[in-house]
Design a binder for this molecule. Structure first.
Ligand SMILES: C[S@@+](CC[C@H](N)C(=O)[O-])C[C@H]1O[C@@H](n2cnc3c(N)ncnc32)[C@H](O)[C@@H]1O
Length: 225
């Protein structure tokens, strides 16, 4: 049997050889699942996962999700410093959403909504941090308890006022978004779905700051987060 020959050549027992093979099998499997580099006899190569990561339930989870911009958002804001931190602090500030023409058909019936959600990519966010000092506080908070842009998936959402729809162009107001931001999605804002009475609002109930505009703490020169 080749295992016996191999063990003999390596000058190890059949049992030790079995353990070496088992360990190698585990390393290959880990490298495949995690997309890690695998070291074999001094050589190194990248192993790309073939399909998907396994989730706890055994369901396949894609390792990477693909998003494509559907347009671009134009606003007066060229940098984070001085940009309103939410639409409520941006009352009346106008912007334009330039939807790529191939998506224009999807704007039918949007005009009837006074507010719309813009869902977009914080393309100028600094790299993800799991603890941040948010604009409205003076102490660190968990990223997911904040709206800070430096997220693992830097996705922003703003309920802006819809002023006009003309072919593929939307004129909006109350924008807290940087100029040139890639647009991911548009949805109608409806109080029916989006507005809940709540009894708790976490750290924001005692927010230490009343700041209205951002500074540069979560911004980079434009590279992806
Ligand atoms: C606190 S975030 C809130 C954004 C959105 N309303 C939300 O809750 O997801 C708003 C700040 O994000 C920053 N910002 C806006 N567009 C950005 C972009 N494309 N890249 C990086 N930062 C951006 C600006 O500094 C702005 O003041």
């Amino acid at each position: 049997m080749y295992q016996d020959q191999a063990a003999e050549q390596m000058n190890v027992s059949r049992q030790t050889f079995g353990r070496i093979i088992e360990s190698a099998r585990r390393k290959v499997a880990e490298a495949l699942v995690e997309g890690k580099a695998l070291r074999i006899e001094g050589g190194e190569f990248e192993m790309k996962p073939t399909r998907a990561l396994g989730s706890a339930q055994g369901e396949p989870l894609p390792r990477v999700l693909r998003l494509r911009p559907i347009g671009v958002i134009r606003t007066p804001f060229r940098e984070a410093a001085g940009t309103p931190i939410q639409p409520r602090q941006a009352k009346g500030v106008k912007g334009t959403v330039e939807l790529f023409e191939r998506f224009q058909e999807g704007l039918k019936d949007l005009e009837g909504f006074e507010r719309i959600w813009l869902v977009y990519w914080f393309h100028r966010a600094s790299k993800a941090q799991l603890r941040v000092v948010p604009y409205l506080d003076e102490q660190e908070r968990g990223l997911f308890a904040t709206r800070a842009p430096c997220r693992p998936n830097p996705i922003g959402m703003s309920p802006v006022r819809l002023l006009k729809v003309e072919s593929n162009l939307l004129t909006v107001a109350d924008v807290d978004i940087l100029d040139g931001t890639p647009m991911l999605d548009i949805k109608p804002y409806t109080p029916q779905f989006d507005c809940f009475k709540v009894a708790r609002c976490g750290w924001l109930e005692k927010a230490a700051s009343r700041r209205h505009v951002a500074d540069s703490r979560f911004e980079t020169g434009g590279e992806e987060a």
